[in-house]
Design a protein around this ligand. Sequence first.
Ligand SMILES: Nc1ncnc2c1ncn2[C@@H]1O[C@H](COP(=O)(O)OP(=O)(O)OP(=O)(O)O)[C@@H](O)[C@H]1O
Length: 837
Amino acid sequence: MAFQEGQPSSSKGAGRPKGKGKGPQKPLVKKNDAKRSRNNQELADLQKRIKEYEPPAELTLFSQLPLSSRTLRGLKHSHFLNPTAIQAQSIPESLRGRDLLGSARTGSGKTLAFLIPLLERLYLQRWGPMDGLGAVVISPTRELAVQTFNALRDIGRFHTFSAGLVIGGKPLKEERDRLSRMNILIATPGRLLQHLDSTVGFESAGVKLLVLDEADRLLDMGFLPALRAIIQHFSPSETARADRQTLLFSATQSKDLAALAKLSLHDPLYINTNKPGEEGVMPANLEQYYSVVPLERKLDALWGFIKSHLKMKGVVFVTSGKQVRFIFETFRRLHPGLPLMHLHGKQKQPTRMAIFEKFSSSNSALLICTDIAARGLDFPAVDWVVQLDCPDDVDSYIHRVGRTARYQSEGKGLCFLLPSEEEGMKARWAEKGIDVKMIKIKESKMGKLDQQMQSFCFKEPEIKYLGQRAFISYMRSVHIQKDKSIFKLSELPAEKYAASMGLPGAPQIKLLDQGKKVKERGGPKKDDDEEGPTVVHQKLAPLSDEEDEDDDDEDDDDEESEDEESDEDDDEAASGSGSDSESEDLPVRSAPQVRTKYDRMFERKNQDILTDHYSKVVAHDDDLLAAGADDDDDVFTLARRDHDIDDDEAADLGISEALADPSKAKPLITSDDLSKRKLKAAATRTGQLKNRPAPTKVVFGEDGEARDIYEKGIEAEQAAAATRDGYLAEERERMAAADIVDREVAREKRREKKRKRKERERELEGAYSDDEGGAVAFIGGASGDEEPYEGYTGYTGEGIGSESPEPEPTRPAKKKRDAAPALEDEEELALRLLRGE
Ligand SMILES: Nc1ncnc2c1ncn2[C@@H]1O[C@H](COP(=O)(O)OP(=O)(O)OP(=O)(O)O)[C@@H](O)[C@H]1O
């Protein structure tokens, strides 16, 4: 033990050095004795205060809790003065050594709720730098681990413990040498297990405190087997479990969490501040909205939202890394006027950290990301959280939206839902008592990106390729969702969605049969997804040899978590509709839609009733009605139920008759429907000019005779339509031809990748090697000659970095991936192939 019991000092001030050459040894010893004695006294007092602690009628300050002066100084230094509800309720119990399951809403300060007791428990047990590992915090993601590490460094600055990060990224060997010197470890489960399994002398037996942070996320990510193994290492027997304190923290609760609690906790206390009457499930300062947008207009809606919030700091969540990249790449080419960043699990660790830091320190920026950033991450001052794709479930919704309105700050959330998702999601929100208000987006505030997207896809094959992969990953994600009352693949307008992304057609997709075992989103991921692959959506189809081979890759990918999706699973994206060798694959088709005679009339242009101009007028009026005929500049208006026009109302308004016979048309908007402002505007000269009837135009022929433009108009329109159709047909042909080449190139790329992978596998036989990714950073490092418990020795940080992702212990297939080349390399190769080099 580094700490040694000292003798009580005889008198105050004794032991002061008398000067050089006068035997400094003796006074120094006396001084140390005095310090030890004071420490002993403080520890004894602290123990007593903890034992006798009764919560005061009003707990407003940390200093009212039985905490050491070092921790209080650390908290004050970091400007933490008042404990939050979860901190006030759980810290005294944790200090008494109880096992605990703490649950509190997002942004409510759970991190300090376990870091404070962690420091205090080690301090109370007189843990010294030479005592080895005393406490371990397990975090689901590297970003969260780094964030927790930073918080520990801040509040623990007046303690002398050494702390380290074990999150993958550096050679195991390098970490091993340093592990023995750490008192506190913040780790991701995979890397920690690797050390527990293979690092000789890594002493888990002495660990006094184990924390599982974001426990439900750990389970969602499929870490249960790893956690079981870790717990087994730390507490091999019931006695060992009783001896060790374990704290579990989570913002949401689930059955699996209860099972984990049973497995890891001994006689636990449950503290939940999410109950009504306490803090509530959602942050108090959060405004929540949702908007119903068809799939094919989502990008338009997002664009419109960005353009009208150019000063915001926002986070946009989408389902997969491929969508993140597609949106990021296309939107940045469109120069929105707001800095764009993107974050997903396939980025290298240093890149991820750099983006995390950059976004954290930005005042105004938009981060497009996957659920990798949904939990635990504490970006300061986020104004908006936009959920562009529907979250897997309500818990996922809560975590995502919890990136704003943290602690006492304000924030807003906007969730886009497809028409087919609205009812299901509303029901789920209602079950949890979450109130999300509907808003409608005015058509005038939506973007219109389809042509620009088409142009990007046409000019840059890599964008098209990315779009196809994004399309497929989205469709797949919907297919594997658990909650079918929300996610309805058959109702998705696949072709229109593809067109909105600028793609020449909906790419073909292979989907696992619903009946078979699939990795379902919104539920814990299965570990044994090995089962047979590739049943085409709704119909079984034989596969060619080549596809069979490719499916091996695909299975591997299905094993992976969403955030770690490999590029390979979307290789087949390059196959456009109508491919020959892959013709057994059925494209996902939208359900045949019932077209009314009015739909057909709308489609028929250049006819006497519904000209383009007339269609626009009707569409515009519809927009006005939908948007509440409100002219203000906000993108959104609060939806009012009476704006939804049903058939009867339509009949009242005479829409049907008007469509059938325009001569019978009643005015679509009567004076009763118009706002006072509109009526006033109509009375002004400008208003009248705006509202005047369309002028009659004539054209003069060569003979000088005036003729009605109508005849000419039709001819001109027909000519223009013919030219346009011709052009479009030509473009389609060119795109189809380009698509064939692209398919061939993609196939070649697949073969090449497979060949390379096989080569690498051969080279890498032998599983875990010391060269695998891993990272360790040290913040502490109290050396032996430091006086324990005396003053701040300072944390000397080293760089936190990694070269490759952490191995996934629960999925053996992942090991192969660790050795896979970087995404950038693969894309470089794809690009070269696409360019025909
Ligand atoms: N007592 C406190 N006083 C002031 N700020 C605090 C206090 N406790 C925590 N905070 C701040 O509140 C923010 C949210 O804290 P934290 O990240 O611990 O929340 P959380 O409950 O873990 O959220 P999530 O569930 O999203 O992970 C952080 O910026 C943190 O610094």
